[in-house]
Design a protein. Structure first.
Ligand code: GLY
Length: 374
């Protein structure tokens, strides 16, 4: 059974490579976010946008696995462009992990480039500076439609914590890791519900640290289950376990993963929110790919009897994406179709760059080609 999955993953990895060879040539000097008429857009002018590390990360995955120079040079170009964001205080929010783990930390891992290491440590120091000691959480954003948000934290931040773990590993200074663990402990209590589902946003009083309440954020409403947020929790807590060995993070990741698995529809296609109105056909392929990465990570740390549950769940998600939601046309830049940004947006079911990144990472994990960057 697993042998077949390995073969499937190898074949899918090669299909990703064939596509990326073409799209990387068409996309030199771009930092893609969305796809317009089959062609990647370019976010270079909005350099602090939170998704600006994903394409670089995908290029490093491809470079590490297949070695084509164009992947490396394009990834380095993105990393250099991101320096402008590092120098913009208001452009720096909690998403530094997404931006610099997948670019500079990847480059440093592969080439030992000292400039990349410097960027990783600067980004980590800025992220650590967002910690609120009263509430023991990392502040998410710098603004939200004009509302004060010094006390807002979001579940997505679990994916940024590895930047702090890595900074401690690199420098020997435990403060970064202590902050990451303090945030993860708070998130486990304040975001994760008894059944493993999670809130997207939790508001704290930034002065006292008291929890004020949860918000629906990019999901349907407070108390609902925005599927990408569920994915961030599954993978994020699994990564905190990987870096710390603290069993409670693995337990939390498993609880969220079991909840996610219990909500997967027969079709295998993931809605934008598990509490979504039944007549809506909105999907989030990105949530499926992120959750699959998390399940494959959990699979590594559980007993033999538990492994097959996480493995099979990941395979169902990935094979469904490959069969029904991958665009293998070599003239179209994106791989995954049918992502979504937020439940209350007007537009749904369109490609988004992080869907491609996490789909690639999951497939590469399965066939042993992954460059682990978290
Ligand atoms: N981190 C923002 C999102 O997942 O859309």
């Amino acid at each position: 059974m697993y042998g077949n999955d390995h073969e499937w993953a190898n074949q899918t990895a090669d299909k990703i490579y064939e596509k990326m060879k073409m799209s990387a040539r068409r996309s030199e000097n771009k930092i893609p976010y969305l796809t317009v008429n089959g062609i990647f857009d370019d976010c270079s002018d909005n350099i602090s946008w939170w998704t600006n590390g994903f394409y670089g990360g995908q290029l490093w995955q491809l470079y590490s696995a297949y070695g084509d120079e164009i992947f490396r040079s394009s990834a380095e170009d993105i990393e250099n462009k991101l320096d402008k964001s590092l120098m913009d205080y208001m452009g720096m929010d909690h998403d530094s992990g997404f931006k610099w783990l997948l670019t500079s930390a990847a480059n440093y891992k592969l080439t030992k480039n000292p400039e990349s290491k410097n960027r990783v440590l600067l980004a980590a120091a800025n992220l650590a500076g967002r910690f609120n000691p009263a509430g023991k959480f990392i502040r998410a954003w710098n603004s939200w439609g004009g509302e004060r948000n010094e006390g807002w934290a979001i579940i997505d931040c679990m994916m940024n914590l590895p930047l702090l773990y890595r900074a401690s590993e690199e420098t020997g200074d435990p403060r970064f890791s202590q902050i990451a663990r303090a945030h993860a402990d708070t998130a486990a209590k304040a975001f994760v519900r008894e059944n493993g589902s999670v809130n997207h946003i939790v508001r704290f009083d930034p002065d006292t640290g008291e929890v004020i309440g949860a918000m629906g954020g990019q999901g349907k409403e407070a108390g609902s289950s925005w599927t990408r947020g569920q994915g961030w929790a599954i993978y994020g807590f699994a990564l905190s376990f990987r870096h710390t060995g603290d069993e409670k993070y693995l337990e939390t990741a498993k609880r969220s993963a079991r909840y996610f698995a219990s909500c997967i529809p027969e079709s295998g296609l993931i809605p934008v929110d598990f509490c979504q109105d039944k007549e809506l056909d909105w999907e989030d392929s990105t949530a499926a790919a992120i959750a699959a990465c998390g399940m494959l990570e959990i699979e590594k740390y559980v007993t033999e009897t538990e492994k097959s549950f996480y493995h099979e769940t990941a395979m169902k998600l990935l094979k469904t994406l490959e069969e029904k939601r991958c665009n293998w046309d070599l003239n179209t830049d994106n791989i995954l179709e049918n992502g979504s940004v937020a439940y209350h947006d007007e537009k749904h079911n369109f490609p988004i760059i992080y869907g491609d990144y996490f789909f690639t990472e999951a497939v590469f994990k399965l066939c042993g080609k992954e460059l682990f960057m978290w």
